[in-house]
Design a protein around this ligand. Structure first.
Ligand SMILES: Nc1nc2c(c(=O)[nH]1)N[C@H]1C(S)=C(S)[C@@H](COP(=O)(O)O)O[C@H]1N2
Ligand SMILES: [Mo]
Length: 543
C-alpha cells in the first residue's frame, strides 16, 4: 500500500486527537526518562518524581498521611510514586490534545511542568545546589521538543503531489486537503525512536541511580564494630516463648518495620560523615566523626521501637539489640545540662541528611535511660534503611520524637522556639510511648479447631516495663496470661495463655498493666496527635 492511500484512512478528528494525546504521553515519558538520566549525574533525589513526591509528603495533611500508612503500609512510597505517574500521564495526555490546536502552547505546557519539578527539587530541605533543578529542566526541554515535533508531523500540511490522482479525489471529496495531509511516516519514525530512546534513557538512568552510593556501601562493608564495653545482659533464656505465630523476641533487621519520609534511602559514606552538636547551653560546639564515636565506650542495649502511627494491633513496633554511644555523655561533655539542673535548652533537635527534624526532651535524654547514638543493629552496622551510619534510639519515646535516622546535626534549643517536622504537621511536641498489647495469634478471622488454642502476643510499655497481661474471652472475666521472662523495662514482653475454645464465634481481648501499676486504657484514641490507645481484640470462629 502506498503512503498516500494509508494517509487517507486517517480522518482528522478523533483518531488524530488520539494520536495527539499519545504524543503528549510520549513527550511526558521522554521528559521523565531524560530527567532520570540527568538525575543519575546530579543525585537520585533530584529526579522530578522523587522531588515532587517528597514535596507532596511534606505538604500532605497528617490525616491523609496516616490514611496512606494504614492502607499501603510500607508500600506507601510506591503508591505515591505510581499516583504521581498516573496524574502526570493524564496531564500529558491533555497537553497532547491541546497541542493539536495550539502547538506552541502544548510545548510551553511541558516546560511549565519542568519548572514545577525543578522548583520542587531545588527547594527540598536536603537540596544544597541549584544543579538539583537540572534533571527537570533538561527533561522538560526534551519533552517539549518532542511534543513539538510529533504534533508537527500530525498537523503537517502535505503539499499534494500534482501528479497524484488521489489528491484530486480528495479535493473533490471529504474536506480541505490541508487538514488531511499529515506526515505519517515522520510521526511513526519520531514516535518510535523517541519511545525507544526514552526506554533506554529511563532504564540506564534508573540503574545508575540504583548503583549510586557504592562509596557508602563500601564504607559500611569495612566497618567492624568493636566489642561493646558495656554489653547487653544476656537474653534471659525464657524471653522467647515457643508459640507458633508469636512475634519473635528479637525482630530480624530484614523484618523490622520501616517508617520514614525518604523516597530514596540516603546512602551516607561513613568515612565522610560528621555530627555537629551546638546550640543553647553548649559551651563547646563539637564535631564528631564516625571513628570518633567508634573509639568511645560502646553500649549495647535491647530496646523496642514503636511508631506513633501504629494502630492498636498494628505492625509498627519492633525489638532490636542496638550498639552505640551514650548520648547523655556526649551532651554533658559539651556543657549541656538537664533543664532540672539549670540547663537552658529543654529540646534537642536532631537533623538528618535528608532534612528530617526530630525533637526530644533533653530531660528524658539525660535522666539515666539508655538514650544513644546507635551505630549497630542486631550485631551489624545499621542497615541503610534504618539510618546508616548513625541514628538516635531512646527508650520510651515514639520514633518521631526520638529516633532520627541518618543523623548529622544536633541542636540544643527550646520547645517554645522551635517545632520540628511532625509537630509542624499537628503531632504532639512530646510523646512518651503508651502501654499497649497485641494478640499475634490467633489471627483475626482465624478458624481454629475446638479444644486448646494458644492465644499469644506481645505487650510493651518501654521504660516503665510490663507487669501483667490479661486476656478476656467474649464478656468473660479477665484471666492472667503467662509472661515470658523480662529482658529489660525497655523491651516488649511476650505473653501466652491456653484457651479451651468452644465452637462458635468468639472475641478475644487483651490488656496490659505496666510496672507503675497503670492498666492499659480501653479509651480508644486515634494515632494523631500522640499515639493510639485502646484494647486489641481479635474475632475468631472456632470450628
Ligand atoms: N531521617 C528520618 N528519621 C526518622 C524518620 C524519618 O522520616 N526520617 N522517621 C521516624 C519515625 S516516625 C520512626 S517511627 C522511626 C522508625 O525507625 P525504623 O524505620 O528504623 O523502624 O524513625 C524515625 N526517624
Ligand atoms: Mo513513627
Amino acid at each position: 500500500m502506498k503512503d498516500e492511500e494509508k494517509d487517507r484512512r486517517v480522518r482528522p478528528g478523533l483518531p488524530r486527537l488520539a494520536l495527539g494525546a499519545l504524543s503528549g504521553v510520549l513527550a511526558g515519558f521522554a521528559a521523565l526518562a531524560v530527567a532520570e538520566l540527568v538525575a543519575a549525574a546530579v543525585r537520585p533525589q533530584s529526579s522530578p518524581v522523587i522531588a515532587v513526591g517528597g514535596a507532596s509528603i511534606d505538604t500532605t495533611p497528617a490525616e491523609v498521611k496516616d490514611w496512606a500508612i494504614r492502607h499501603f503500609g510500607t508500600n506507601d512510597k510506591l503508591a505515591l510514586q505510581l499516583g504521581i505517574l498516573a496524574v502526570l500521564t493524564l496531564l500529558a495526555l491533555g497537553l497532547g490534545v491541546l497541542a493539536m490546536q495550539f502547538r506552541q502552547v502544548g510545548a510551553v505546557g511541558v516546560l511549565l511542568f519542568g519548572v514545577i519539578g525543578a522548583t520542587a527539587a531545588a527547594s527540598r530541605p536536603d537540596s544544597t545546589s541549584f544543579t538539583d533543578a537540572l534533571p527537570s529542566m533538561v527533561g522538560a526541554v526534551a519533552g517539549a521538543l518532542l511534543l513539538y515535533v510529533l504534533v508537527g508531523c500530525l498537523t503537517a500540511v502535505r503539499p499534494s503531489p500534482a501528479s497524484a490522482p488521489e489528491s484530486v479525489t480528495e479535493k473533490a471529496g471529504a474536506g480541505p486537503p490541508a487538514s488531511e495531509g499529515w506526515d505519517r511516516r515522520g510521526f511513526v519514525l519520531a514516535a518510535a525512536s523517541a519511545a525507544a530512546a526514552s526506554a533506554a534513557a529511563g532504564t540506564v538512568g534508573r540503574s545508575l541511580n540504583a548503583s549510586r552510593g557504592q562509596v557508602a556501601i563500601a564504607s559500611r562493608r569495612e566497618i567492624v564494630l568493636p566489642n561493646p564495653g558495656s554489653p547487653a545482659r544476656p537474653l534471659p533464656k525464657r524471653a522467647g516463648l515457643r508459640v507458633s505465630g508469636i512475634s519473635p523476641f528479637v525482630t530480624p533487621n530484614d523484618d523490622f518495620y520501616r517508617v520514614d519520609t525518604a523516597l530514596v534511602v540516603p546512602k551516607v559514606d561513613a568515612t565522610g560523615w560528621r555530627l555537629h552538636i551546638h546550640g543553647k547551653g553548649v559551651h563547646r560546639p563539637v564535631t564528631h566523626s564516625f571513628d570518633d564515636l567508634l573509639r568511645r565506650e560502646l553500649i549495647e542495649r535491647d530496646i523496642t521501637l514503636t511508631c506513633v502511627s501504629n494502630e492498636v494491633g498494628g505492625p509498627y513496633v519492633g525489638n532490636a539489640r542496638w550498639t552505640g554511644v551514650r548520648l547523655a555523655d556526649l551532651l554533658a561533655e559539651c556543657g549541656v545540662k538537664a533543664p532540672s539542673r539549670g540547663g537552658r535548652a529543654d529540646q534537642l533537635v536532631a537533623r538528618s541528611v535528608d532534612g528530617m527534624t526530630i525533637g526530644s526532651p533533653v530531660e528524658d535524654l539525660m535522666d539515666g535511660r539508655d538514650a544513644m547514638l546507635a551505630l549497630g543493629m542486631n550485631g551489624e552496622p545499621l542497615p541503610f534503611e534504618h539510618g546508616f551510619p548513625v541514628r538516635m534510639v531512646v527508650p520510651g519515646l515514639y520514633g518521631y520524637v526520638s529516633a532520627c535516622k541518618w543523623i548529622e546535626d544536633i541542636e540544643l534549643t527550646t520547645f517554645d522556639s522551635y517545632d520540628p517536622y511532625w509537630v509542624k504537621r499537628g503531632w504532639a511536641r512530646k510523646a512518651p510511648i503508651k502501654t499497649e498489647s497485641r494478640i499475634d495469634t490467633p489471627k483475626p478471622f482465624a478458624r481454629p479447631k475446638a479444644g486448646t488454642v494458644m492465644v499469644a502476643g506481645v505487650a510493651w510499655a518501654q521504660h516503665r516495663g510490663i507487669d501483667k497481661v490479661e486476656v478476656r474471652i467474649d464478656d468473660g472475666p479477665w484471666q492472667e496470661a503467662h509472661l515470658a521472662a523480662e529482658d529489660s523495662r525497655d523491651t516488649w514482653r511476650q505473653w501466652s495463655i491456653p484457651w479451651q475454645a468452644g465452637k462458635g464465634g468468639h472475641t478475644l481481648t487483651v490488656r496490659a498493666t505496666d510496672r507503675t501499676g497503670a492498666v492499659q486504657t480501653d479509651r480508644r484514641a486515634r494515632t494523631i496527635p500522640d499515639g493510639a490507645s485502646g484494647w486489641h481484640s481479635v474475632v475468631v470462629t472456632v470450628d
